[in-house]
Write a protein that binds this ligand. Structure first.
Ligand code: AHR
Length: 307
């Protein structure tokens, strides 16, 4: 069975498929597109009925979607919270309705961890640290000031908060590293370009760009080229994600280093959905495994890169 013939909430469809309501952040980046595909493909593969909604980077839309999943009495709710704060009320509503919640990709700052069953996703602080580690190595033995600009992800989101912190903590050890400008580019290419243009106008002497994702870095590359400078050479660029377009720019020498963040969370998520549905205990935290890429490594893996 499994046919969903419209919006009627019939309880007796004869299908014993698990129904999963998933509220996605949006479609802001290449990473997000790959993540959505991974979730849709693996739900299909696992025989899980997926109700999917796109919140267009707005928390109010996610809260609405979650409330609608509660009303529809789905078996499980999973979501990737656009920002960290402000979830307690709606999560409490899900709990009262006895619908288990799984967090994917991004964390919430709720102190009551009984509001969700598990959280699967990357360690974003670690990603920021890896970006900082590369920079420290790159400038070993040099004493001159290194002027850094930072393109932050969506304001209030876990990856923006944590990638800023991890990076900041590492570079704080050496006062030659100076973050001279830091602003949000909302994880999009268009905003990355726009904000980088403003950075370039205000600061004639930028040495390094740290962008919280590939898309903003790719937008910034357009701005840098537009200003007559060479990305990767005049301004060194570090990004996070390692989606195909980012890896291509890395292989082309326009980005210098990428910290990987894997969007392929679907299979592990469906596994957790099945276990939670069966009443099995699951780990409170599942951390995604990921690596880093230099320009040489990007050239080597690019032909087989899936997304
Ligand atoms: O939450 C993960 C982040 O969200 C990705 O790094 C970014 O590209 C996406 O928009």
């Amino acid at each position: 069975g499994g046919d969903d013939s419209g919006s009627g909430s019939d309880s007796g469809s004869g299908s014993d498929k698990i129904v999963l309501g998933f509220s996605q952040v949006g479609a802001e980046s290449g990473w997000r597109t790959a993540n959505t595909k991974s979730i849709q493909d693996s739900a299909k593969e696992a025989g899980i009925e997926l109700k999917f909604s796109d919140a267009q980077q707005k928390q109010e839309n996610q809260i609405k979607a979650i409330r609608s999943y509660i009303q529809q009495k789905v078996d499980i709710i999973a979501f990737s919270p656009v920002v960290e704060s402000g979830w307690d009320t709606v999560l409490k509503e899900a709990k009262d309705a006895k619908i288990p919640v799984i967090l994917t990709d991004r964390a919430v700052d709720s102190t009551d961890t009984s509001l969700y069953k598990t959280f699967i996703g990357s360690d974003f602080v670690e990603e920021g640290k890896k970006a900082g580690d590369w920079l420290v190595k790159e400038y070993t033995g040099k004493t001159e000031t290194v002027n850094i600009v930072e393109l932050q992800g969506t304001t209030g989101s876990a990856p923006a908060n944590d990638r800023k912190k991890g990076f900041g903590d590492v570079i704080a050890a050496d006062p030659k590293f100076k973050v001279i400008a830091s602003q949000t580019g909302d994880f999009t290419r268009a905003k990355g370009k726009e904000v980088m243009e403003a950075f370039l106008k205000a600061n004639p002497d930028i040495d390094v760009l740290y962008a919280h994702n590939d898309d903003m870095g790719l937008g910034a590359i357009e701005a840098i080229e537009g200003a007559g400078k060479k990305p990767g050479v005049d301004i060194k660029i570090i990004t996070v994600d390692a989606v195909k377009d980012g890896m291509q720019a890395l292989a082309d020498g326009k980005i210098n280093y990428i910290v990987e963040c894997s969007p392929l969370l679907g299979p592990q998520l469906m596994d957790l959905v099945e276990k939670v549905h069966a009443g099995e205990t699951v780990p409170a935290r599942v951390v995604t495994e990921e690596t880093t890429f230099t320009q040489e490594q990007a050239k080597a893996v690019l032909p087989s890169r899936q997304y």
